[in-house]
Design a binder for this molecule. Structure first.
Ligand SMILES: [Zn+2]
Ligand SMILES: [Zn+2]
Ligand SMILES: [Zn+2]
Length: 271
């Protein structure tokens, strides 16, 4: 049997810390008035305490940062543990993401409101600008969207529940440029003029050459009571026809399916 290390109690300095059934406890006891009640419990916030951790804690070291410690209400947080004034206490830390910063390769920390590069958190001499709010124009970023932003600099799908300052809904993909989020409404190149950008606006998909009146290509976002997604429009513009789309509605309320097709005049027909 391995002999236990001598652990002198950090609180009283007199007793030894012994491993018991439910805790590591100081054995100093002279009388009811002269005893030590210091103990280190089996678990802290769901984290199991090992001999190795006890060693660190009573020698005054701070443990590594544990991700996903659990509060009573089930929520999780990150913290290291340390000994102070007779107690084991948590030192709260921001959670860190597994993906590193695409700009500087630093660690990305999760604060209550944002994902921020550790090198962008310092008050002085910030060397990085990565800052991604958790909620962008009323839309809460999903973990998939966050991962896409960090690994490929843009979300792969359009997000349709953004809300602007006036409470109006809008759709866009998100781009990450130099650590900042920008909205991108570009769907694809305009199929009619070939050089304009087809952008999603509140009511339609319109060619950017609308402004200089050199192209009038535009498609309503809702056709026969069905919202057409940017992804579907992209296929339509590139292939001139979509696969069968479900859920169109005729004026009499009857539902039907069909393919959207662009005719020779660049008008939409359902076939
Ligand atoms: Zn003690
Ligand atoms: Zn960085
Ligand atoms: Zn055009």
């Amino acid at each position: 049997m391995a002999t236990q290390k001598e652990w002198i109690c950090p609180k009283c300095g007199k007793g030894k810390i012994l491993k018991g059934a439910n805790a590591y406890a100081c054995n100093y006891f002279k009388s009811l008035d002269d005893k030590c009640d210091f103990r280190i419990y089996e678990t802290y916030f769901g984290k199991e305490i090992t001999d190795e951790l006890v060693e660190q804690l009573i020698s005054g070291q701070e443990t590594e940062v544990f991700q996903d410690l659990k509060k009573k209400d089930g929520s999780t947080f990150s913290a290291s543990l340390f000994y102070e004034d007779g107690f084991i206490k948590p030192k709260f830390r921001n959670k860190t993401l597994e993906i590193s910063c695409p700009i500087c390769q630093g660690q990305i920390e999760e604060t209550p409101f944002a994902y921020v590069c550790e090198n962008a958190l310092e008050k002085e001499n910030t060397s990085c600008s990565l800052y991604i709010s958790k909620v962008i124009a009323k839309h809460r970023l999903s973990s998939k969207e966050l991962e896409e932003l960090l690994t490929q600099s843009h979300t792969s799908s359009f997000i349709s529940d953004f809300e602007d300052g006036e409470g109006e809904n809008f759709s866009a993909r998100l781009l990450l440029e130099e650590g900042k989020i920008i909205f991108n409404s570009l769907v694809c190149k305009c199929p009619k003029c070939g050089d304009g950008d087809l952008r999603v606006t509140k009511k339609s998909y319109s060619c950017s050459n609308w402004k200089n009146k050199s192209c009038d290509f535009s498609i309503w976002r809702e056709i026969s009571f069905r919202e057409i997604t940017p992804e579907e429009i992209k296929v339509l513009c590139e292939d001139k026809i979509t696969p069968v789309l479900k859920g169109f509605k005729a004026k009499d309320g009857k539902k039907y399916d069909g393919k959207l097709s662009l005719n020779d005049d660049f008008k939409i027909v359902i076939v």
